[in-house]
Ligand binder design. Structure first.
Ligand code: ATP
Length: 621
């Protein structure tokens, strides 16, 4: 820490400068939210001190009567917001009130860059935290003292590129933010206006917010109130405050469990996917409280990572306050809470999926891929998770559940068929699906990366195994065909490919694992499939991209015996000179490349591909 005796001047980080230009210049109609942001910071500061005091007895004396005090000085035209929370050191001030500390602010700047300039409504949504002070103030002073330290500091800025920090005196720890209100912001000196704002946005704050002697909020933690008494607006405000989110919750789950481990949970499922959903840490964001004392934002072991989209709080009086966060994480009581919460969330999702399939589809769009991670991580709950999974499919325009899929299975169909790839729309065009479509056998179109992985952990659903249509032999023969039961299509019109296959195998050598007639093609001439025990091509692509494997396995080239190109080639292959027939040789490679292109891959040798294509063209013209 640099303990300076004199006033020091610093420049804001470039992004803060940009942000302040926007904020200060805005005639934003909803600018009252500055008060929400400052009260929220004050409340966080009290939470932090209360937690620190648990393990640092010398701080305990400070951690008794927390309050957030608003003070108006009409003469000086200032509004100040004081708390007796954790306060800030010199280093804290430099680190936080000069840089972009909060993620929401970064997201706001990104959104502005992406062309919605002028759409300052976004400020209200993202919340720009402390910097929103400059919407209403021409100068902001922060007088602060960190709990446990002797030195107090005064931070001052007019929001125009620079701020200063100098030593000052403050009796107790905590922070006071003094806003020198702009001429057009005098309304925030009026008691009635302030009361209205606090009641609208900050009622859920669990510390009293005082104006003079009067407490403006109910100051009881929202999750401790009877669920019926909490309004939708209060939930939304609390969700915004506790999660730094700006959407409306898609689902609210407010429960009290009395049992082996008593706990209350107030959980929100967002209606928009949070930006850090796919961060590698896969952190949970449900706040843990022990008997109303805030413990931690990302408690490991509280929420399974496949439910990391959840926001909200869990409060239990049965956990111990006097242990470190790390020890708490391994408390068996915590894992009991986790189990109960997980079950509850899954059963509520199931209810919602049944009652409001369209709304559930929107949820699934956002979080389905995350939830599916549970199929790998939580084998005990696999069947419960499968019940609430939804999939795109060739047999339905909307998402389908597995039980509905099974209900539509054909006579003799023992498997749930699927195809994996990057884009379900493109997957629908895959040649490998043709035989299934012709027989009316439905295939799930799986386009999330996680699909490849859970499919290795889940073996069956309602007695049917999962089977890839791009791997192994098809079992289409066993399945009843609706339309074509009697017109014995199977062998008629199929050409004898044996000679052609012999030529192609010699020509293609190691480039293929095998060449064989196909049962899955009806209109395309060729396709590639993986051998029964091999990896699906899509999984291989994924693993290659992540550097987990270098070479892929070679695949099997299947030929459509009813396709006219193959009929003609088969005819030609019966000739005596077949093995030295350059057209057959070129055709073998072109067919393989064609199959690759249909799978979204490039021909193995683009120059040779072009040469062969031209040669074949030339002969045909
Ligand atoms: N009253 C306060 N007491 C102590 N620290 C504060 C106070 N106000 C702000 N801070 C510090 O300044 C930081 C920046 O505040 P700002 O409101 O810009 O974002 P934030 O509160 O961190 O964002 P988020 O709401 O996403 O956590 C805070 O994280 C906190 O460390």
């Amino acid at each position: 820490m640099t303990a300076a005796d004199v006033k020091e001047t610093f420049s804001f980080q470039t992004e803060v400068g940009q942000l302040l230009d926007i904020v200060a210049g805005s005639l934003y109609s909803n600018r009252e939210i500055f008060l929400r942001e400052l009260i929220s910071n004050a409340s966080d500061a009290c939470d932090k001190l209360r937690y620190e005091a648990l393990t640092a007895p010398k701080l305990a004396a400070n951690a008794e009567q927390f309050a957030i005090v608003l003070d108006v000085d009409k003469k000086a035209k200032t509004l100040s917001i004081s708390d007796n929370g954790i306060g800030m050191s010199h280093a804290d001030l430099l680190e936080t009130l000069g840089t972009i500390a909060r993620s929401g602010t970064g997201a706001f700047l990104e959104a502005l860059k992406e062309g919605s300039k002028g759409d300052l409504g976004l400020i209200g949504q993202f919340g720009v935290g402390f910097y929103s002070s400059f919407m209403v103030a021409s100068k902001v002073e922060v007088i602060t003292r960190k709990a446990g330290e002797d030195q107090s500091w005064l931070w001052v800025s007019d929001g125009k590129g620079e701020f200063t920090i100098e030593p000052t005196d403050r009796n107790e720890c905590g922070t006071t933010v003094v806003l020198h209100l702009k001429k057009d912001a005098k309304e925030f000196l009026e008691d009635a206006r302030i009361k209205h704002i606090v009641r609208t946005y900050s009622d859920h704050i669990s510390f009293p917010v005082l104006l003079g002697e009067e407490a403006l909020n109910s100051a009881s933690a929202i999750w401790t109130r009877p669920p019926k008494e909490v309004t939708e607006e209060q939930h939304t405000e609390f969700y915004h405050h506790s999660s730094h989110a700006f959407d409306t919750p898609w689902l609210v789950l407010h429960n009290r469990v009395e049992g082996t481990v008593n706990h209350t949970s107030l959980l929100y499922v967002p209606s928009m996917a949070p930006f850090d959903l796919y961060d590698t840490e896969r952190k949970s964001h449900v706040k843990l409280y022990v008997n109303r004392v805030f413990i931690s934002e990302n408690t490991k072991g509280l929420i399974p990572s496949y439910l990391r989209f959840l926001r909200g709080v869990v409060d239990s009086e049965d956990l111990s306050l006097n242990v470190s966060r790390e020890m708490l994480q391994s408390d068996p009581k915590l894992s009991k809470i986790k189990k109960a919460l997980t079950k509850k969330v899954l059963s509520e999702l199931k209810k919602k999926a049944g009652k409001a399939p369209d709304e559930y589809a929107a949820f699934w769009q956002n979080f389905g891929a995350v939830l599916k991670e549970g199929l790998i991580e939580d084998p005990d709950l696999q069947s419960k998770l499968l019940e609430i999974c939804r999939f795109s499919s060739t047999g339905s325009d909307s998402l389908t559940s597995l039980s509905d899929y099974v209900g539509r299975c054909k006579e003799g169909q023992d498997s749930i068929y699927y195809i994996t790839g990057e884009d379900s729309k493109k997957l629908e065009q895959s040649p490998q699906l043709e035989g299934f479509n012709a027989k009316g056998v439905e295939v799930l179109l799986l386009s999330d990366n996680v699909d490849e992985f859970w499919l290795q952990h889940v073996t069956e659903f309602e007695g049917k195994t999962f089977k890839s249509v791009t791997r192994g032999a098809t079992e289409l023969d066993k399945i009843e065909d609706d339309q074509a039961k009697d017109d014995d299509k199977d062998s008629s019109g199929e050409s004898d490919l044996a000679d052609l296959i012999a030529v192609m195998k010699v020509e293609l050598g190691d480039a293929v694992k095998d060449v064989r007639p196909s049962k899955r093609l009806t209109s395309s001439p060729v396709c590639l499939v993986a051998d029964e025990g091999d990896m699906d091509a899509n999984l291989e692509r994924l693993l290659k991209r992540h550097g987990q494997i270098v070479d892929g396995t070679t695949r099997i080239l299947e030929l459509n015996p009813t396709h006219s190109i193959l009929e003609k080639l088969a005819q030609r292959a019966k000739g005596e000179q077949a093995e030295s027939d350059t057209l057959l040789q070129d055709a073998a490679h072109l067919l393989l490349d064609q199959a690759k292109i249909a799978d979204g891959e490039a021909p193995s040798d683009p120059a040779e591909f072009v040469r062969r294509l031209s040669a074949v063209f030339d002969k045909a013209l």
